[in-house]
Design a protein around this ligand. Structure first.
Ligand code: NAD
Ligand code: IPM
Ligand code: MN
Length: 325
């Protein structure tokens, strides 16, 4: 039986994940969905935002649907999201940004780079070590090439090799792998690339880059589709897979029924494809588009529907589709 761990997390995670969960329940009543409690709320209750037990529970699932975590004010702070990505070795963070005229897949390295966790801090100086390894670069570019092969066969490598030795290594490994694979490729400095993605989105297919550049590029590129409320992501490793919106817990709008649940719904869609139901992802996407076409939109898109109302409209369309099938 397909087992899905549901982690709402914090903030708007409590609003958007229930919508996505309902979509999964509607399309797959046979799945076993179970809740895992992680995040700020958990930290307030127990002093620990995510213990080994929760990591084990997530590892027990075929896939994880994840909301977002508010950074807890811990001593010796370690990000919960990063802990989970590392513990499950979710090395590839796939962030699709697409609309009518363009279809970009950002492939973000998810375990090293500036997120190495190798840091030192004193009152007058703090350092963070940016780590690029051959193994890390090879596995992320191979994932990007695999995706490019299934798509339009163009790979863009985003880096800052004009300044950073770590990115000279990253770029050179990416180019060597791309050459050997036969996909078309080019490379660009990440700053210029970020602007060009906004100006000429249709010239991009798969973009591979290091951890923090991919983090920033994906928020920037979300501008092309209407903002953070719309972009989903997949965090993939050899054994585990976690699906989450690109956005965070949005404390500024949390609890107000204002959050756009599309990114969470699309994350559930990517999860379905991962567990073998690509048609389910198409159904969710068609339902989102049908509801938007009716003029039902949340406030970030200029509408007045709440999270729940938008979610209910999507679920109604999904129900009709399910009944017809
Ligand atoms: P954020 O993505 O939470 O919010 C940025 C802006 O986008 C806010 O104005 C917010 O209202 C808006 N926004 C985000 N999602 C939206 C949605 N679905 N609908 C409508 N508007 C939306 O980023 P932030 O404010 O920089 O971070 C808030 C907290 O979330 C921090 O504690 C941060 O560390 C955390 N965070 C967690 C994750 C994660 O768990 N994966 C990701 C990003 C940020
Ligand atoms: C994201 C977030 C995370 C990141 C934070 C919350 C650790 O911004 O998933 O994009 O930087 O990767
Ligand atoms: Mn981010």
């Amino acid at each position: 039986m397909t087992r899905i761990a549901i982690v709402e997390g914090d903030g708007i995670g409590h609003e958007v994940i229930p919508v996505a969960r309902s979509a999964l329940e509607l399309l797959h009543p046979e799945y076993d969905l179970f809740t895992v409690d992680v995040g700020y709320g958990m930290w307030e209750r127990t002093g620990c935002p995510c213990a080994d037990k929760e990591i084990r529970e997530m590892k027990d699932a075929d896939a994880i649907l994840f909301g977002a975590i508010t950074t807890p004010p811990m001593k010796d702070y370690q990000s919960v999201v990063l802990r989970i990505r590392k513990a499950l070795d979710l090395y590839a963070n796939l962030r699709p940004v697409k609309d009518g005229g363009f279809d970009i897949m950002i492939v973000r390295e998810n375990t090293e780079g500036l997120y190495s966790g190798i840091e030192e801090s004193s009152p007058d100086r703090a350092t963070t070590l940016r780590v690029v390894t051959r193994t890390g670069a090879e596995r992320i570019v191979r994932m990007a090439i695999k995706l490019a092969r299934q798509r339009r066969k163009l790979l863009t490598i985003g880096h800052k090799a004009n300044v950073l030795k770590s990115d000279v290594l990253f770029r050179d490994i990416c180019i060597a792998e791309a050459k050997a694979s036969g996909v078309s490729y080019n490379d660009k400095f990440i700053d210029a690339l970020s602007l060009d993605v906004l100006q000429h989105p249709a010239s991009y297919d798969v973009v591979v880059t290091t951890n923090i550049f991919g983090d920033i590029l994906s928020d920037v590129a979300s501008y092309l589709v209407g903002g953070l409320g719309l972009v989903p992501s997949a965090n993939i490793g050899e054994r585990y897979a976690l699906f989450e919106p690109v956005h965070g817990s949005a404390p500024d709008i949390a609890g107000k029924n204002l959050a756009n649940p599309i990114a969470a719904l699309r994350s559930a869609g990517m999860l379905l494809t991962h567990v073998g139901d690509a048609e389910g992802e198409d159904q969710i996407e068609s339902a989102i588009r049908a509801v938007l076409a009716q003029g039902i939109k949340t406030r970030d898109l200029g509408g007045s529907a709440g999270t729940r109302e938008f979610g209910e409209a999507v679920l109604r369309v999904l129900e009709q589709t399910a009944r017809r099938a």
